[in-house]
Design a protein around this ligand. Structure first.
Ligand SMILES: [Zn+2]
Length: 306
């Protein structure tokens, strides 16, 4: 066995304090629990040693690799800098002549595919109701909307992004509700906003993983995370749902997108409080309004003048 070399440098990681300094962010000391904060006048980013969870401006994001301790402080994966931190801190801009005009909404499941089922409650029914609400909000804000599953019919996962592309949609929002029946299911509640896992990285959950390779949707990695952040934040601000964070997954719909997109899991049908919200018009209205606010916040950001 070869002797270990001098302090191995892992090129996959970069020092958080130094990176923060380059971005004009001041680093706190590392707290006893392993937390460190990078801040400027308007923004706080929280990191924790050995954790894949990061806080950006009050929203939890799941990184693709855990933050690590090193003699110089905490280290973060270069890929997470490139695909999460940097696009959130320095949002991409659309070319000036191309505003966000058309939004595709997918009501998850439909027809022979009910999605999650709790007693007589079927996910497909509630995603369709929220899609209608969301459509009204976005149209009122002057956007064009195409609902890629507008009635209780089955549309394949491949056809949904294709319909969005044919409608020349600028963004794609997919609506789902979650369920968890395992041990401790009474504790699992809240909203998760997913965007496509960056190429080569591993997803937050194992499910929905369609290989570590590059997908069409990865062309929009920077916009995907920015859209997810603002949609998630607005849902969090506008509803009583628990914050389960912005997460990464290779859900088939997201892999096939020809435009930036997100998938919202707007609560757990298996949790009494979430279920009450999902099954009530007021709860669905708040969710739809949150998503619309997030889409509009993203639109304002990427359309800003240089
Ligand atoms: Zn679903």
């Amino acid at each position: 066995m070869a002797a270990p070399g001098p302090a191995a440098v892992d090129a996959r990681y970069t020092n958080l304090v130094a990176w923060g300094r380059q971005q004009g962010l001041q680093a706190s000391d590392i707290r006893r629990n392993g937390e460190m904060w990078l801040t400027n006048q308007s923004l706080a980013l929280g990191f924790k040693a050995d954790s894949q969870s990061m806080t950006f401006d009050g929203v939890e994001h799941r990184l693709t690799l855990p933050v690590r301790r090193s003699p110089g402080g905490l280290q973060v994966a270069v890929r997470d800098v490139q695909t999460t931190l940097s696009p959130l801190l320095r949002p991409p801009q659309r070319p000036g002549s191309r505003p966000v005009r058309v939004v595709a909404i997918n009501a998850g499941h439909g027809g022979k595919d009910p999605g999650n089922t709790e007693g007589r409650r079927q996910e497909k029914h509630y995603t369709l109701l929220v899609a209608g609400e969301l459509r009204r909000h976005l149209e009122r804000a002057g956007l064009q909307v195409v609902v890629v599953r507008p009635s209780d019919t089955f549309v394949s996962l491949e056809d949904r992004p294709a319909k969005a592309a044919r409608a020349r949609a600028d963004l794609y929002v997919s609506l789902h509700f979650n369920a968890f029946d395992g041990p401790g299911s009474g504790e699992v509640a809240g909203v998760e906003t997913y965007c496509l896992t960056p190429a080569g990285a591993s997803s937050t959950n194992d499910s929905g993983n369609h290989g570590g390779s590059w997908h069409a949707g990865n062309r929009f990695d920077r916009d995907n995370v920015l859209l997810a952040h603002h949609v998630h934040r607005a849902i969090k601000d506008g509803t009583d749902l628990n914050d389960r964070g912005v997460r990464r997954a290779r859900f088939k719909e997201l892999t096939l997108l020809q435009m930036p997109g997100v998938l919202v899991e707007g609560g757990y049908m298996t949790h009494p409080q979430d279920a009450a919200s999902i099954y009530s018009p007021a709860g669905r209205a708040a969710l739809a309004r949150g998503i619309a606010d997030g889409v509009l916040a993203y639109k304002r950001l990427v359309e800003r003048k240089p």
